[in-house]
Design a protein around this ligand. Structure first.
Ligand SMILES: [Zn+2]
Length: 161
């Protein structure tokens, strides 16, 4: 499947984070300085992003203007992801994909242990050999305890499909 790019509205900030963890290039409206429907539609159209929204009015406007959009159902992030999978908008991949920074959507690159010395807690440095860094915000990632939690989260999503 071709990898889609997304723009999540301000109500779907958590969903945006999870889409990034799954490896999808996702801009979150809550990270933008302007919160305005016209602006969101411009970005979706200009950057060829599928607009994800919980706002029916915005969804209908997008449709009218021929901009790809999905009216996301579900209250929890698990339900929202399950909804996107069921409607074949996304696929559940192995998590984390380590393609995208969950925090800022910047691309991640694998870095050597030496490069993160002093950037991570000593205990983490001592007990891990693999590290990834965001080329945009500099955040360092490693396979810590959150790793297992992510996999459990995806299992919960799968159980809803
Ligand atoms: Zn980042």
């Amino acid at each position: 499947m071709e990898s889609m790019k997304f723009l999540a509205d301000a109500m779907l900030g958590k969903l945006a984070e999870w889409l990034r963890i799954l490896g999808y290039d996702t801009v979150s409206a809550s990270d933008l300085s302007i919160l305005d429907d016209d602006y969101l539609l411009d970005i979706a159209e200009g950057e060829d992003r599928v607009l994800l929204t919980k706002d029916r009015e915005l969804f209908q406007r997008a449709q009218k203007e021929d901009i790809q959009a999905v009216l996301v159902e579900g209250n929890s992030v698990e339900e929202q992801l399950a909804y996107l999978v069921k409607n074949k908008v996304i696929e559940l991949r192995d998590v984390p994909s380590l393609d995208r920074c969950p925090r800022c959507n910047g691309p991640l690159v694998k870095v050597s242990k030496g490069e993160v010395k002093g950037l991570v807690p000593v205990s983490v440095y001592m007990s891990h050999d693999e590290f990834w860094m965001c080329t945009n915000c500099g955040q360092v990632y490693w396979k810590g305890s959150h790793w297992k939690k992510m996999k459990e989260f995806v299992e919960r999503v799968k159980s809803l499909i």
